[in-house]
Design a protein. Structure first.
Length: 318
C-alpha cells in the first residue's frame, strides 16, 4: 500500500504566517501631534489674538491715565472636508479561515482607518486653498503660514486666510542650516516655539547632510568585550537650534504627495484637527444588496492654526 505524503494532500493549510506585516505604515506625524476637538458647522471659524509690540513705556509720578490701544482678535475660518472609504467583503471571504486575522471585515476596517488618516495627513500638508461650495475642501496649513525662509521668487500665501496657497514657482536653492535657523527665528520672534520639523524622506537626507559639519552634542562611548562591527551614525533626529530643540521627522505622506521642496516647522501647541460630531472615522454598515457585507468609514472635519505665526516653513529646497 502506498504511503500518503503531504504533497498529495490538497487540504493542508499553507505555511503562511499569521502575523501580517503592514508594509505601508500609517505614519501621520502632523495629525498625531495636533490637538483634537469638535466643530459644530461645516464652516469652522476661530479667532487669533496677537499682542501689541513691546513699547517704550515710562510715566511720570502722578501722571494722568491715558487711553491705550489693544489689538482685536482676527477671525479666520476653514471648511470641513468629507473623506470616506467604502469596503465590500463577500460573505464567502468573511467565513473562510483567513491567515493572520479572525475576521476579514474587522481587518478591512482597520486598514480603512489607517488609509483615511494618511489621506487626512496629506490634506493638512499639500498646498490647497479652501473650497466653500460644492465639494468642500479644507485649506492646507501652508495657506496660513507667513513665517519662513522662501527661495528666490517664492513667497508665502498672499492672503494668509486659506483662500490661496504659497507661490512655489521660483528657483529652488540648496538646504542649509542657515535657512532652517532663519525660519525658526521668524516663528520664535512671533511667539512660537516649533518643536517638530516634518519633511519628506528625500529632504530628511539633505537635512542630515547639511549638518555634517556640526558637532554632535553627545557622543556614544561603547566598550566591546568581543569583536563587533562598528556603527556609524549619519542621521539627525533632534536638532538643537538657537531657539530650542526640534525633532526632525521624515514623513512618507509628503513623499507620496511630491512635497520634496519643503520643511514644515510646527509648534504642536497651536495646531488642531477638528471634526463634526459623529464624523470622526465613523463606520457605517450599508444596506445589504448582494452576497457581501459593505461598509463605509467616514471622516468630516478640518484644521486650524490657532496661532499661524507660531509655525514656519522652508520652501524651495533643491
Amino acid at each position: 500500500m502506498a504511503t500518503l505524503v503531504s504533497t498529495a494532500v490538497v487540504s493542508v493549510r499553507e505555511d503562511l504566517s499569521d502575523v501580517i506585516a503592514n508594509i505601508s505604515p500609517a505614519d501621520t506625524p502632523v495629525y498625531t501631534v495636533a490637538s483634537k476637538e469638535t466643530q459644530s458647522s461645516t464652516k469652522h471659524e476661530f479667532l487669533v489674538q496677537e499682542l501689541n509690540a513691546p513699547a517704550d513705556n515710562k510715566k511720570a509720578e502722578g501722571a494722568d491715565f491715558s487711553d491705550g490701544t489693544s489689538n482685536q482678535p482676527t477671525r479666520f475660518d476653514n471648511m470641513a472636508q468629507i473623506m470616506h472609504k467604502v469596503i465590500k467583503v463577500s460573505d464567502t471571504v468573511e467565513n473562510l479561515n483567513i491567515a493572520g486575522r479572525a475576521s476579514q471585515i474587522a481587518y478591512e476596517k482597520v486598514m480603512a482607518g489607517q488609509e483615511l488618516k494618511k489621506d487626512l495627513e496629506r490634506a493638512l500638508l499639500v498646498d490647497n486653498a479652501k473650497v466653500t461650495s460644492g465639494t468642500r475642501e479644507m485649506a492646507g496649513i501652508s495657506s496660513y503660514i507667513s513665517n519662513g525662509d522662501f527661495a528666490t521668487d517664492m513667497s508665502a500665501a498672499s492672503s494668509l486666510d486659506g483662500t490661496d496657497v504659497p507661490d512655489a514657482t521660483g528657483t529652488a536653492t540648496a538646504l542649509t542650516m542657515a535657512r532652517v535657523e532663519a525660519a525658526l527665528q521668524a516663528a520664535y520672534e512671533d511667539g512660537g516655539s516649533p518643536r517638530l520639523a516634518v519633511m519628506s524622506p528625500a529632504v530628511k537626507r539633505k537635512f542630515s547632510a547639511a549638518t555634517d559639519g556640526f558637532t554632535a552634542s553627545t557622543q556614544a562611548q561603547v566598550q566591546h568585550t568581543k569583536a563587533e562591527p562598528i556603527q556609524f551614525v549619519s542621521a539627525v533626529s533632534v536638532f538643537l537650534s538657537d531657539f530650542g530643540s526640534v525633532e526632525t521627522v521624515p514623513n512618507r505622506v509628503m513623499a507620496a504627495a511630491s512635497l520634496n521642496d519643503r520643511i514644515y516647522l510646527v509648534d504642536p501647541d497651536y495646531i488642531t484637527v477638528t471634526n463634526l460630531p459623529n464624523r470622526n472615522f465613523v463606520t457605517h454598515d450599508l444596506a445589504k444588496t448582494a452576497d457581501a457585507e459593505t461598509f463605509a468609514m467616514v471622516f468630516e472635519g478640518s484644521n486650524k492654526l490657532t496661532a499661524p505665526k507660531a509655525h514656519a516653513m522652508v520652501l524651495g529646497i533643491s
